[in-house]
Ligand binder design. Sequence first.
Ligand SMILES: Nc1ncnc2c1ncn2[C@@H]1O[C@H](COP(=O)(O)OP(=O)(O)OP(=O)(O)O)[C@@H](O)[C@H]1O
Length: 279
Amino acid sequence: MNAPVSSFEAVERVGQRSGNGIAVKIDHVQKIFETRDGHEVIALEGADLAVSAGEFVAVVGPSGCGKSTLLSMIAGIENPTSGRILVDNHLLSGPNPRTSVVFQNDYLLPWRNIINNVLLPLEIKRLDTRLYRERAEALLTQVGLAGFGGRFPSELSGGMRQRVAICRAVIQEPGLLLMDEPFGALDALTREQMIMDLQNLWLRLKNTVVFITHGIDEAVFLADRVIVMSPRPGRIDMQLDIDLPRPRKWNEIHSNPGFTEAVAKVRGRFEEQGVLKAG
Ligand SMILES: Nc1ncnc2c1ncn2[C@@H]1O[C@H](COP(=O)(O)OP(=O)(O)OP(=O)(O)O)[C@@H](O)[C@H]1O
């Protein structure tokens, strides 16, 4: 259990578990930014990764190693400088309608009530939102926001607003959900509840998730596989299968030897990288 594995071994194993194909393929991707004063910043260098359909992958890495850049490229917002990204076997040339993104900021529209914020992506696609109201309300109920549909973002706490942003991202049941530190701005108690809510939502949706976080415990708790990146220029440095049974319980997981062993392995890798101090 929890042995470091190569990208393609890991995909094969998860594929065997789920019987699914590859949802995201990152093939020798490099990303170079040019700064305003004309310098080049190599954000990512030769990144290779494959994510199986229905797999929950968490990416951890030191600040500035290119995690958000990687996610933006999978979302089709940024283009790789070299290499290829395929989503559902199609080479990306822009944002994919089957992909949703959740950021650290909720980006709710303050003038729309909660239910109309959740329904926004459907309205943009000119779908009849009346047909989706029930689904939107069910989602809000699932994340503990039953009865809040008529409120406005300014009346909600940060954690509640982030729950709304997640409901908005999954209302169309996206094949691929990309999450960039969605709980980074939340207090510890809210974060804990959100982690559990996300797990429960995902167990129902079973879509592909790429989840970026600074929290090693959060990554190991949620993921089927944890990807550890190297300091910039970011590369995929280590991958760890997390074979813990689900549903996982936050208040019990910390005494599970498989969990503590996986957390220690990721921490150990950061110590070897010099990102964390040992002890
Ligand atoms: N638009 C841009 N122009 C120039 N440099 C950029 C741009 N976007 C990102 N970078 C640089 O690329 C590197 C990777 O940035 P990125 O935001 O992907 O890192 P990260 O791992 O998500 O960091 P953090 O964990 O701190 O959020 C950084 O050195 C950053 O300064």
